[in-house]
Design a protein around this ligand. Structure first.
Ligand SMILES: Nc1nc2c(c(=O)[nH]1)N[C@@H](CN(C=O)c1ccc(C(=O)N[C@@H](CCC(=O)O)C(=O)O)cc1)CN2
Ligand code: GAR
Length: 222
């Protein structure tokens, strides 16, 4: 088996998808080494999950940067760009080959994306919607509302490459989730179904990317 792919995981919340990856690695299903879990929220339970798995963690706080700039659109933009540039430096210091966003609730700007592209680091994201359907936040809730209005009969989850345009990167893996005809599925029940789909999709999708990266490494060594 080739050397495990060095991987950094970005989170903001509970970390149930992070846990799915941690468990898959422990079960020998994913040939990766999580070098760090990084959160933009100090209270993210996913940080506790990482600590329990003896994975290095870091909390990167945007507020510190916002306080150094005026609360104007220009000041906020500058704060975000400085935050993103430092985030890139923090991540690159671990020399990852792959960055996986698992509920990372921060839009990444070119000061982050460009240094990682230059370092040939792949960035992927888990998003609880179909390509181009409900980009951004609250996608699960928005899909459920659209179903109640009779606008859609299915949604889904996907793993996709991260580009500057949010949730518009090339899909790596898409899993459709049909709404149950004639059923009155409330939001809580639907969210549970989506999350259960995510846990399997994230392991399968990351596995596909690991295969691509390993093949690229073999070709470059040939
Ligand atoms: N440039 C990109 N950045 C990110 C992507 C992406 O595809 N391109 N994916 C996201 C994850 N994501 C959806 O999957 C997402 C996360 C957060 C937001 C957003 O609007 N964030 C707000 C803050 C919202 C909050 O704090 O609750 C913001 O950053 O101002 C949209 C989409 C990871 N980043
Ligand atoms: N736009 C990004 C987005 O909405 N991501 C979503 O955040 C949740 C994280 O859950 P977790 O912290 O339990 O893994 C997941 O549902 C993921 O799809």
């Amino acid at each position: 088996m080739s050397a495990p792919i060095r991987t950094t995981i970005l989170i903001s919340g509970s970390g149930s998808n992070l846990q799915a990856v941690i468990d898959a690695v422990a079960a020998g299903q994913l040939n990766l080494n999580i070098v760090r879990v990084l959160s933009n929220r100090k209270d993210a339970f996913g940080l506790e999950r990482a600590r329990k798995a003896n994975i290095p963690t870091h909390y990167h706080n945007l507020v510190k940067y916002k306080k150094q700039h005026p609360a104007t659109p220009e000041g906020i933009q500058s704060a975000r760009e400085e935050y993103d540039a430092e985030l890139a430096r923090l991540i690159l210091a671990d020399q990852p080959e792959l960055v996986v966003c698992l509920g990372f609730m921060h839009i990444l700007s070119p000061p982050f994306l460009e240094p990682l592209e230059k370092a040939n680091v792949r960035i992927i994201n888990l998003h609880p919607a179909l390509p181009g359907a409900f980009n951004g936040v609250n996608a699960i809730q928005r899909a459920h509302a659209a179903w109640l209005e009779g606008k859609i009969d299915k949604t889904g989850v996907m793993i996709h490459d991260v580009i500057s345009e949010v949730d518009m990167g090339k899909p790596v893996l898409v899993r459709e989730i049909p709404f149950q005809k004639g059923q009155d599925e409330d939001l809580d029940a639907f969210e549970k179904r989506v999350h259960e789909t995510e846990w399997g999709t994230v392991v399968e999708g990351v596995g596909l990317v690991l295969q691509e990266l390993s093949a690229q490494k073999q070709n470059s060594n040939a």
